[in-house]
Design a protein around this ligand. Structure first.
Ligand code: NAD
Ligand code: DAU
Length: 352
């Protein structure tokens, strides 16, 4: 049966990959993309699907209670996939309240609106909340995050995501709302805003600008190709167990400095530069406040129960990503003009 699915944050990095996948694969469903179009949201990310008959874009703010209630009443959504968020840890250190508003208040607004229209009749309904592995805190040299790992968030960003996860679970427990949550590790791929490590480094390597590595570059992240995250969201949305949490990760841990050097080598080859040329741009800068040391995800539940696995190796995914940025310099120019310049100036001028 045709369903109406609301995807929030669909103009952002991961959201645009989820929207594209759902619009292309589920042509009988009506896919609504609700996005405020903050600095991180960009409709250019969805040019290839914007004229599809099963796709509708709605500009709006998830913190606007009245607007959200009306939207749900008008469209009577069957499912929600909630990705809209403030997502950058460094920004959360400077402006925590923005994260409370969008990530906590915005999520509760959506939950209330869904509760209002579903009114206890939850047959075929689902609220799927997309979260992060950062809610589990940081790891030392050993171990991985399981779905049962206690929450221990450290940054204003991860604290706001942890809070939103708790609200989603509370709506299941208290009101019986069918919910699912997934907690994913670091994504990389096309359309990634260049404030995050990989696209920032790609952009700076292209422009021969300094490559700012925080601290000693020894922090570890577990990287997953964004299209594999979208595939995981798809399988969890359609086949995951109601009320369950699923961890999603790449089983692909890299120290930041090793990753940046790997990227330098790859791009030197692509750009026809001398071996080792881009590595000379590496600049160690003041560490991030409260910088989590290591994240690593155990995805065995998702792999075992729902048969998901990453489709590309890191080498393949990173090459695809670099090729996309090299072929889409206009996209990069658009998102790095204006406000991005002052953001970069503010964020990095006091780090050296
Ligand atoms: P992003 O910053 O690229 O995109 C966020 C989107 O949300 C943007 O399109 C923005 O315009 C929209 N948005 C922000 N505030 C809004 C508001 N008040 N109302 C409506 N729309 C609003 O983020 P991303 O990296 O694509 O992350 C998407 C989701 O996935 C987030 O919930 C994030 O916590 C989670 N996540 C991200 C990663 C990662 O590595 N990027 C990993 C795990 C989980
Ligand atoms: O783990 C999932 C999370 O991954 C998501 O929930 C977040 O939305 C996403 O932003 C990401 O958070 P991180 O803080 O891990 O990602 P970021 O790309 O900002 O940084 C990755 C690592 O690189 C981290 O250890 C900090 C470091 N870093 C980052 C930047 C931007 C640098 O050394 N230099 C930089 O300029």
């Amino acid at each position: 049966m045709a369903r109406k699915i609301l995807i929030t944050g669909g103009a952002g990095f991961i959201g645009s990959h989820v929207v594209r996948r759902f619009v292309k694969l589920y042509t009988n469903d009506q896919i609504f993309n609700l996005d405020k179009l903050t600095y991180a949201g960009n409709l250019e990310n969805l040019r290839d699907v914007e004229s599809s008959s099963n796709y509708t874009f709605v500009k709006g703010d998830i913190t606007d209670t009245e607007f959200i209630r009306n939207l749900f009443e008008t469209h009577q959504f069957d499912g929600v996939i909630h990705l809209a968020a403030e997502s950058h840890v460094d920004r959360s250190i400077h402006s925590p309240m923005d994260f409370v508003m969008t990530n906590v208040v915005g999520t509760v607004n959506l939950l209330n609106a869904a509760k209002g229209i579903w009114n206890g009749n939850y047959d075929g309904k689902l609220f799927y909340h997309v979260s992060t592995d950062e809610v589990y805190g940081q790891l030392g040299d050993e171990g991985k995050f399981l779905e049962t790992t206690p929450y221990d968030p450290n940054s204003p960003y991860s604290a706001s995501k942890a809070s939103s996860d708790h609200f989603v679970r509370a709506y299941q427990h208290t009101y019986g709302m069918p919910v699912k949550i997934s907690n994913c590790s670091n994504n990389y791929g096309s359309h990634h805003f260049p404030e995050k490590l990989i696209p920032l480094m790609i952009n700076n390597i292209m422009q021969k600008k300094p490559l700012p590595v925080y601290g000693k570059g020894e922090n570890v992240r577990d990287w997953l190709f964004v299209e594999d995250h979208a595939a995981a969201i798809d399988v969890i949305f359609h086949q995951g167990k109601i009320g369950d949490t699923y961890n999603i990760g790449g089983n692909n841990e890299w120290k930041n400095i090793d990753l940046v050097k790997f990227l330098c080598r790859l791009m030197d080859t692509k750009l026809g530069r001398a071996e080792g040329e881009s590595e000379q741009l590496i600049t160690y800068v003041t560490d991030r406040a409260g910088h989590d040391f290591r994240y690593a995800i155990d995805s065995s539940k998702l792999m075992g129960e729902l048969n998901w696995m990453p489709s590309v190796t890191f080498e393949q995914g990173l090459e695809k990503t670099v090729d996309w940025y090299l072929a889409n310099q206009e996209w990069l120019n658009h998102v790095t003009s204006g406000a991005y310049q002052s953001y970069y100036q503010n964020m990095y001028s006091n780090r050296s």
